[in-house]
Design a protein around this ligand. Structure first.
Ligand code: ZN
Ligand code: ZN
Length: 171
């Protein structure tokens, strides 16, 4: 089905003929590497776009999710970590798209690749942890405190960083 070079391009003539109709579309294909800070989706990873396509007002609405593997470094101990991200998507395709808001409905085709790329960039964890209670590295000697303790005195709190203490990251 479809041109193998563009696995994310989906034909929607059937939906356009029948406004109000919908169907599920699952595209599973590789994408080139995407990165945010030190976390990335490895090059040519298989990405899964699983969306419901609905025909509305001369356009197509895609709702569903994008899933892809990621790898990065634990923000506390710097050990490699990996996982699978899942991002919800809601996109509208229309013949005359609004810049930054909707995507191009190109005749009877839509391209889910930009949807996948944006969802992955939004879903990559920017500060992953190898585990919730990772003890991190000793700031004095650099020892991995998950493996063994060290004899360094506990660090004195640096007031410059005090404001960051309560900071949490969405993952
Ligand atoms: Zn860690
Ligand atoms: Zn130490």
């Amino acid at each position: 089905m479809g041109a193998p070079r563009h696995p994310f391009v989906v034909h929607v003539a059937d939906l356009l003929r029948r406004p109000g109709s919908s169907r599920q579309e699952v595209v599973e294909a590789p994408l080139e590497q995407l990165s945010v800070i030190d976390t990335s989706m490895p090059d040519r990873s298989t990405v899964v776009v699983d969306v419901r396509l609905e025909s509305v007002n001369e356009g197509i609405v895609a709702t569903g999710a994008v899933a892809a593997p990621w790898e990065g470094l634990c923000r506390r101990c710097l050990e490699p970590v990996e996982g699978t991200l899942r991002s919800e998507v809601l996109e509208v395709f229309e013949a005359e798209p609004v810049e930054g808001e909707t995507l191009l409905l190109d005749g009877d085709r839509i391209d889910l690749e930009p949807v996948a790329r944006e969802a992955i960039l939004l879903g990559l964890p920017m500060a992953p942890l190898c585990r919730e209670d990772c003890q991190g590295l000793c700031p004095t000697c650099g020892a991995d405190r998950n493996d063994a303790g060290c004899d360094c005195a506990p660090p004195t709190a640096d007031p410059r960083w005090a404001g960051l203490e309560g900071l949490t990251f969405d993952e």
